[in-house]
Design a protein around this ligand. Sequence first.
Ligand SMILES: [Zn+2]
Length: 169
Amino acid sequence: MKLPKLKPLAKRQEVEVGDKERWKPTWNCFCCQDTGKVRTHLVSLVIPEYNPNRDRFPICQNCHLGESWIHLEGNYDLRLTPDICQELDRFAREGWKKTRRDWHENQKSQTQFEQEFQQLTQSKNLRKRDRSPEEEMFVTQHSQNVRENLELEIKPKSDEEKQLKEVEI
Ligand SMILES: [Zn+2]
């Protein structure tokens, strides 16, 4: 058969909830993001020299999902005790709260920006009509930048993804 050409499907790391547009992660455990492996940036808080490409990956003991990795003996690290993982979970939750706060701040400044922009064009009495295509593009671009910056912050680091893939192989 002729192989089909499919569009890539983007991973979904967070969902937009209701019209309040709150960003919320879909995982329950913030220590491992439901992968069973402690997230690399969290591991680094306990093992500062941790290198995911070289070192055994710490198994999450904040949830039960780490169990799915114990067949890979010699590849995992059990030294991150439940107490440590619990603390990492708490730490990561705080980080998420902050990200969401920042996002709301961004939204606020975005609205403010649009209002000021509108006032500017109207106060000069240049026109009473809607934005021109150029203006629309300018505003859209600004909005995209804000969003992209935020997405960069909340996406998991790519080395974590790589690490995950390697182990799966
Ligand atoms: Zn976990």
